[in-house]
Design a protein around this ligand. Structure first.
Ligand code: PFF
Length: 457
């Protein structure tokens, strides 16, 4: 077992933030956020999303940081160390399972970015109409060979990076990659909001229509908040176990949360004005970003170059996330089943390949096979983001409130009293009451239990 003091820690403050942002920022912000917002009514969803980030996401993230740095263990080990002989480590196992399942659909979408890079290289993205882009995407994503091949390539790439331990290079690369991606987003936002008819898109994103809110929209907003911040997975526990003694946990959580949300909102500003300007349906679903952006690139000089750089960066942002997800699963199999890291990595990759191939095919030939009306791709997404991650967030809050002395919590979060935490009592209150109760109520509501109880009286 690794001695608490032998573990490596992040070298610099910037390194801490960038690595954690690298894990948080990914397809969730640029692909999933716009399509969820489009499918759930626009601004009302954005408002609920921001509320979930602040009321649930931020406190849970601070709590995960506390658990990670306090225990200096991986996700499953942290609970074993802090509550030996109890069942709390189920939170860690839930995270490992979620990592597998998320990779099962995430790697399919990551594969799509590779298709778009090659298409841009062959200039086949230029000169098409919005309808042609949409039709081409449907034809591509529902076909049997290409999307499956890209998924396999992406999983294999992640596999080699994880087992050969070259992720340090990726980490270093994210130092310039993230700022460049951010800059590109800003330029694309400017291009998008200056398109004819852009105001409709901005109104859709920022002018809430409260009649659009129902329990499923609330659940979707909560799921998106957890997924985007990488909460409830054990990823953040693992990352924070490498934080230094001087890392300010509350400030880091706040910075990561703000940056992550900013990237998502910018993605919204980049997509929706263009969606309305080109007459695309905001409710298009998972293909929304892929059928909207090529239209925007076509409106820019050197559109193909823009496409290549953008999809490359999006692919890399996805890669930093798939690496952290793969790492959670590999570390677990390696440690728990006494396998070498290589074997554990191969085992994990094989499972992900199976899930990935099935979920890619569920966009086409396996479309008819559904569970509760959801295709395999949709099922993996639903179960992880809307059930497993929030459930685990709720348990994390209950765990800390029940098992950890408030003075220990305060000591860790204030670095032994050397940094102030002005809102400690508010944080503790949110963690103990607001977050678990709110998550619980949203679950009960979605399951229809609250309506059932109301109807009984
Ligand atoms: N937060 C990532 C994204 O927004 O793309 C997805 C993710 C990565 C979720 C790592 C969970 C995780 F542990």
């Amino acid at each position: 077992m690794v001695n608490k003091n032998d573990r490596v820690t992040f070298g610099s403050k910037l390194g801490v933030i960038l690595a954690t942002v690298g894990c948080a920022v990914g397809l969730g912000n640029i692909w999933r956020f716009p399509y969820m917002t489009g499918a759930n009514g626009g601004a009302a969803f954005l408002l609920l999303y921001v509320i979930c980030i602040l009321l649930l996401g931020l406190p849970v993230m601070i709590t995960e940081f506390f658990i990670g740095r306090h225990s200096r263990r991986n996700a499953a080990g942290a609970f074993k160390a802090m509550a030996p002989g109890t069942k709390w480590s189920i939170i860690g196992y839930n995270g490992v399972l979620a990592a597998f399942l998320i990779l099962g659909f995430y790697s399919v979408v990551a594969g799509w970015t590779l298709e778009y890079i090659t298409e841009a290289f062959s200039s086949s993205l230029s000169g098409k109409s919005a309808v042609e882009f949409a039709n081409d995407f449907t034809a591509f994503s529902s076909s049997i060979v290409r999307p499956v091949v890209w998924t396999v390539i992406f999983v294999v790439l992640t596999h080699f990076i994880v087992v050969s331990g070259v992720d340090k290079g990726i980490e270093r690369a994210s130092k310039w990659m993230m700022p460049v991606l951010f800059l590109m987003l800003v330029v694309l936002c400017i291009r998008s909001v200056t398109l004819p008819g852009a105001e409709k898109g901005l109104a859709f994103l920022f002018k809430p229509d409260f009649s659009k809110i129902d329990s499923s929209v609330v659940l979707s907003a909560m799921g998106q908040a957890f997924f985007s911040l990488s909460i409830g997975m054990g990823c953040l526990i693992t990352y924070s176990s490498y934080f230094g003694e001087k890392t300010n946990l509350q400030a880091t959580a706040l910075q990561v949360t703000i940056l992550d949300s900013l990237v998502a909102i910018l993605a919204g500003v980049m997509i929706f004005p263009a969606v309305f300007s080109f007459g695309i349906e905001p409710t298009a679903g998972p293909e929304l970003v892929f059928i909207t952006l090529p239209n925007v690139f076509n409106q820019l000089p050197l559109g193909n170059v823009w496409s290549i750089i953008f999809f490359l960066l999006l692919g890399l942002a996805a890669l930093t996330s798939t690496i952290s997800l793969h790492e959670v699963a590999t570390a677990y199999v390696h440690e728990e089943y006494n396998m070498t890291r290589k074997r554990a990595g191969a085992f994990v990759s094989l499972e992900i390949l199976i899930l990935g191939v099935i979920s890619s095919l569920s966009m086409g030939i396996l479309k008819e096979y559904t569970v509760f009306g959801l295709t395999f791709f949709e099922l993996l997404d639903y179960v992880t983001t809307k059930i497993m991650l929030p459930f685990s967030g709720m348990l994390i809050c209950i765990f800390v409130s029940k098992r950890v002395d408030k003075s220990i919590l305060k000591e860790e979060l204030t670095n032994k009293g050397t940094v102030p935490f002005y809102f400690f009592n508010t944080y503790a209150f949110f963690t103990k009451y607001i977050a678990p109760v709110a998550i619980g109520l949203i679950f009960l509501h979605e399951l229809g239990l609250i309506t059932l109880i109301k109807n009984m009286f």
